[in-house]
Design a protein. Structure first.
Length: 345
């Protein structure tokens, strides 16, 4: 049994490494990491059972295992409530600092839905006593669990795509994505992205920086012009700066920036880094992959209270981008439940 659990862990470890090396810009990076850690936990539990006689002779080891298991169990049991409290508090902070708007209410909306799922939805299941009512209740419950699991894998994949081992070197182009101006001034959010881009530029003396952003509503000039002025003020050589002035969305940021790039030696694709706010990196990488653009992503930090709200907004954008695939999964689950209901009836 110990050999089987170790082989399972080794298999998932190799799959995870393969995904990260070949194409990490997808949910498979988060899914394979989760499966790898799950199999590692299974292997450690199996090893503890096999070597229990040795462990029982060492009191310190037993207490350490019990304490770790207790913390893990407490975290699993308390996590749903902690998640509810976290989104509620951060949602209130977003509204206080950023103002009342539909976009800023996402954290509070999620907290309300999560509260209903935890404390009200189980009572609905008690009322659904007939077979059809139970089937519909099961369909809604499975759909909610699927979407929550999807969001967890999205968040995990986002984190994994922000971790780089030596990928900040030997870059040809550093693309900084715009995020809006305040009149003709760079906002603090955009300044964070630019500063991250400058850090990468300093590590890559041969690279050029593409500042990407057109002119949007309420802006006195194209974003890239304001970004260029900001970068020059910070001491960057103007000869290393390219301005992309046409884009009005992330898709266009990537498309028009790519048109400005020259191929690498022997016609190879240039080595490209995308720089945006940390919570936006993963969706930008997914859009780049859809355009056939090879790149890695680097994230700029932002205010913590705003991050959870922004992650929900990014996840909603991801769902819109991949809605057909996930609708097929949800319809398949619902159809299977209804089929089982008809067979039982």
């Amino acid at each position: 049994m110990l050999q089987v659990s170790f082989f399972a862990f080794l298999t998932f470890f190799c799959v995870f490494v393969g995904v990260m090396l070949h194409e990490p810009r997808g949910l498979w990076s988060g899914v394979t990491f989760f499966l790898m850690m799950l199999s590692l936990g299974g292997f450690l539990l199996t090893a503890a059972a096999v070597y229990w006689d040795w462990l029982s002779a060492h009191t310190i080891a037993v207490w350490a295992l019990l304490i770790l298991a207790g913390f893990a169990a407490l975290f699993v049991l308390a996590f749903p409530l902690l998640l509810l409290i976290l989104f509620l508090i951060q949602g209130i902070r977003v509204v206080r600092h950023e103002g009342l708007s539909p976009a800023n209410l996402l954290s509070l909306l999620f907290a309300g839905l999560w509260f209903g799922f935890l404390f009200i939805w189980p009572a609905v299941g008690v009322w659904a006593k007939d077979s059809l009512g139970s089937a519909l209740y099961l369909i809604v419950s499975l759909s909610a669990v699927y979407l929550l699991s999807l969001m967890a894998m999205y968040a995990l994949s986002t984190i994994l795509n922000l971790v780089h081992l030596r990928k900040s070197r030997n870059l040809d182009y550093i693309v900084v994505l715009g995020s809006g101006l305040n009149g003709d001034r760079v906002t603090p959010l955009l300044a964070g992205r630019i500063q991250r881009g400058i850090q990468l530029l300093e590590k890559n003396p041969q690279a050029k920086m593409i500042l990407s952003g057109g002119q949007g509503p309420g802006e006195d000039l194209p974003e890239s012009d304001a970004m260029g002025a900001y970068v020059v003020e910070k001491g960057v050589d103007p000869g290393r700066i390219l301005l992309e002035r046409r884009s009005t969305s992330t898709e266009e940021n990537l498309l028009f920036s790519r048109e400005m790039m020259e191929p690498g030696p022997k016609g190879k694709a240039p080595r490209v880094a995308l720089v945006t706010t940390a919570y936006h990196v993963f969706r930008a990488l997914i859009l780049a992959r859809k355009q056939g653009m090879k790149c890695v992503g680097f994230g700029a930090k932002t205010k913590w209270y705003f991050t959870l709200n922004a992650v929900l907004r990014e996840f909603a954008g991801y769902l819109k981008l991949t809605r057909k695939r996930h609708l097929r999964v949800l319809c398949s689950m619902g159809g299977l439940v209804l089929l089982l209901y008809l067979i039982a009836a």
